[in-house]
Design a binder for this molecule. Structure first.
Ligand code: GUN
Ligand code: FE
Length: 445
């Protein structure tokens, strides 16, 4: 099938935003033997059309086709916790998060929330995410079963937390590692699905559990690792008392073999230059979670320092600490955080102005690169899987007005970042869905 629209795509392999834009473009996609749709061609309408003269063309002229967004860090069980206020991370975990996640012991509850969560993500144009489930293994089964039914490329893991956690969510060391091993065997590499070894964060895991997680990570190098690091000052202080002999919070994970490619750590606000160098050298990535960091009052991610050190990073909602499933809200929060002239530790600095193509890249091709999935999703380059959104600059009066006034592509993209929500997401195509079915926002045309 073919779509005529304005097209935005990225070079898949670049370590920086290498953007392509075609005002009048044609995207051609076809299903492979595995049933997954892949991009056959993308480029100017006039150049691509003659190669497929017979193919029916879906006309989306005036709209923008762009890669589906990738959320580098999100908790599906916290869908119903968005906007639960607390005095910072640790009280929020105690007061809301742990009691709420305990409800996922009930597989029927997990299944229902998983279905709602995935529909909501897709409706907002998010087609891939690295996702925390809860400590209950069945919570992973529920999510990945639902993702498979929708043809989504999705990654999830059972949370490991064998200490400093209340009854109902605390797991048992040996059992938790056996459960993780069984879930890897059941889900990793099954169709478009992947598994992530998921120690919640250093304070909630015993040495034995972190050691076991690192051993699993060594035996399964293509399985992802996801956790949290250096999010909040009280959390960092706590880690220092729990691990007085480690150089830093990040160093705890490194000691247990949890710093490697395909490892993604959320937040990373309170890191130092030695930590950033270790991240860059190991190939581990940071999931920048700006709406969460603002909502919980955690702090401000230091883009300038991360970029200077060559740290791999991408954008994340971190729902339910985060405030929105809307990828535009995440990008605009990242921009404002970049502008903020204050470092994570409160010291003054010079704000950066992240370019719109940079923000967009961090939520698509850059995030794919952080996952080691460059060329697979996030770019729409030929050969990549055809997960894409169809965006409508006319979606709201203000968006229509500002995009019409834009004097450059950068201004036009920036109008989306600052003003758009799911009303602008007219259509979402998922590469693994039967007949490339799309979301509930579809208009009949
Ligand atoms: N640190 C440990 N668990 C969590 C969580 O669920 N959310 C956030 N934002 N940080 C955490
Ligand atoms: Fe999180």
């Amino acid at each position: 099938r073919a779509w005529r629209a304005s097209l935005l795509w990225f070079d898949p392999d670049a370590d920086h935003p290498q953007l392509h834009f075609e005002r009048d473009g044609l995207l051609v996609a076809a299903p492979g033997a595995d049933g997954v749709w892949r991009v056959q061609a993308i480029g100017p309408f006039e150049a691509v059309r003659p190669r497929w003269p017979q193919l029916p063309v879906q006309d989306a002229s005036g709209r923008l086709i762009a890669p589906g967004f990738i959320d580098l860090h999100v908790h599906y069980p916290q869908t119903d916790l968005i906007g639960a206020p607390a005095d910072g991370l640790l009280p929020w975990l105690e007061r809301y998060t742990f009691p709420h996640e305990a409800r996922f012991a009930d597989p029927a509850h997990a299944e229902a929330v998983a279905a709602f969560f995935l529909d909501e993500m897709r409706r907002h144009g998010v087609t891939t995410a690295l996702t925390f489930a809860t400590s209950h293994p069945a919570s992973v089964d529920a999510l990945l079963r639902q993702a498979q039914a929708r043809g989504l490329r999705w990654i999830a893991g059972k949370v490991l937390q064998d200490r400093h956690s209340p009854d109902g969510v605390r797991d048992e060391t040996e059992r938790s590692l056996l459960d993780t091993e069984a879930l890897i065997a059941r889900w990793h590499g099954r169709g478009r699905l992947g598994y992530a070894i998921t120690p919640r964060f250093a304070p909630s895991c015993s040495d034995a559990q972190l050691r076991g997680a690192g051993e699993l990570a060594a035996r399964h190098p293509d399985v992802w690792i996801q956790s949290h690091v250096a999010e909040n000052v009280d959390e960092v202080r706590w880690v220092r008392t729990l691990y007085p002999h480690d150089r830093s919070y990040l160093a705890v994970y490194e000691r247990f073999g949890l710093l490697r490619r395909r490892a993604v750590y959320a937040h990373g606000i309170y890191l130092d230059d030695a930590d950033r160098a270790r991240l860059a050298d190991s190939g581990a990535a940071i999931a920048v979670s700006p709406t969460s960091n603002l909502f919980l009052g955690s702090g401000f991610f230091d883009y300038a320092a991360a970029r200077a050190a060559g740290v791999t990073l991408g954008l994340a909602s971190d729902v339910g600490g985060g405030m929105s499933f809307n990828p535009f809200a995440t990008m605009r929060a990242a921009y404002t955080v970049g502008r903020a002239a204050v470092r994570g530790d409160g010291a003054a600095k010079v704000g950066v102005s992240l370019a719109p193509e940079d923000l967009w890249w961090q939520h698509t091709a850059g995030a794919a690169r952080a996952l080691g999935l460059q060329g697979v999703v996030g770019s729409l380059a030929p050969g990549s899987e055809a997960d894409f959104v169809v965006l409508d600059p006319q979606a709201t009066p203000l968006l229509a007005r500002r995009t019409a006034q834009a004097a450059s592509l950068a201004e036009w993209l920036f109008a989306f970042i600052v003003l758009a929500d799911e009303r602008a997401v007219r259509d979402v195509h998922v590469a693994g869905a039967p007949a490339l079915q799309h979301s509930s926002n579809v208009d009949a045309a």
